[in-house]
Ligand binder design. Sequence first.
Ligand SMILES: [Zn+2]
Length: 446
Amino acid sequence: MYTCGLTVYSHPQIGNWVAYIYSDVLTRTLILSGFDVNRVQNITDVGHLVSDDDDGEDKMEKGARAEGLTAWDVADKYIAVATEEAAKLGLLTPTKTVRATSLIPEQIEFVEGLEKKGFTYIIENEGVYFDTSKLDDYGKLAKLDIEGLQAGVRVEVNGKKNPTDFAIWKFSPKNQQRDMEWDSPWGKGFPGWHLECSVIARENLGDQLDLHTGGIDHIPVHHTNEIAQTEAFTDKHFVKYWFHNNHMKINGIKMSKSLGNSYKLQDIISKGYSLNAFKIMVLSSHYRTEGNFTWDILDAANNRYLHWQSLLNRKWQDLGKSQDQTDLIPRMVESAINDMSDALLNDLDTPSAFRILDETITDLEELDIDIKSAGSIEKLEEFLGDTLGITFNNSDLTSSQKGTIRKRQEARDNKDYLASDKLRDDLMGEGIEVKDTAGGPVWSRL
Ligand SMILES: [Zn+2]
């Protein structure tokens, strides 16, 4: 499995994380199904130009200038930020993460291979270009209308032979020294953005991939060009399954730094929300559907999260004897886990999985949970953590708190209500509420 990673030129915005939250649940679902997932993710630290059409500046060099740093320092800075934020989101770490700049000789060899096979041409002062007309099925992923594109093109960009041709090696501008540039058989320069994914995927996963993930905006250019390069180079079919997530708008409009409507994860944390709520908000939309972020929608997702947590935090103290003779709770939990798994296995239907969970939690709230069923509740919580990556803050009681609950129960059994009320208040002071049920005391965090 290959995942297109971040371009590390500035602080990631919440919209950037959407793709990784979906691919995380996809990975977890595959693991649940018994697959041994080998996932490689790249870090774009060179060559991603401001425009997808090989125009404009390198985002890295531009980001570096804005901060008065070198492109290398900017890359290091935002790789650290992204790593920390991915951990805060509880995303599984890819099997391997590879920086584009770590495979420069391999990228040069790849261009040489394409050159030998006659797929390239050089535009002076611009770079080595891939001739897309040399492939019969160029644009098949995006179902590109090549003839329409040819006819509709306004200007011949930089002397390209076909409007869809793209740079695989860009030349450094004359009289300007870049932070990141390398010697090559064609001249000093740097790899084109699409090239890194073809080369990193091939070096680490071989000529053919089972799965490739990324945002839908990558379909017409980036992924289309990855396919073109790799299939031209290997003569093999590149990817079996593509997984493309839709985007999340912010307040109903496209996220953009210039509109000032982009947020960072820290903005969510600063308002007191759990990042679990953010993940629930994202996953409440199917990955193919366009999502929307507003503070109200996040607030609703947070309430949903707290509702789940209030049930999962209820636990039995080991005192009462089992009253659930029919195994009702274990059966309810088992069927909920099965139904949620089925939903995920059906094109990663996270909204349905959440609806099943809502219903199950509401049903469970009606029931007293005894010591025997408490294990089932823990199983449900474990499933949510393992498969949906949603975790709950319910660390276990300390042994002294357990002792207090036990002493309180003994006091009640001896009808010493003065003492039992005092111990109940002590627990309240520590944020633990104890309720008495037919099966014994049950505790929850306040
Ligand atoms: Zn990519």
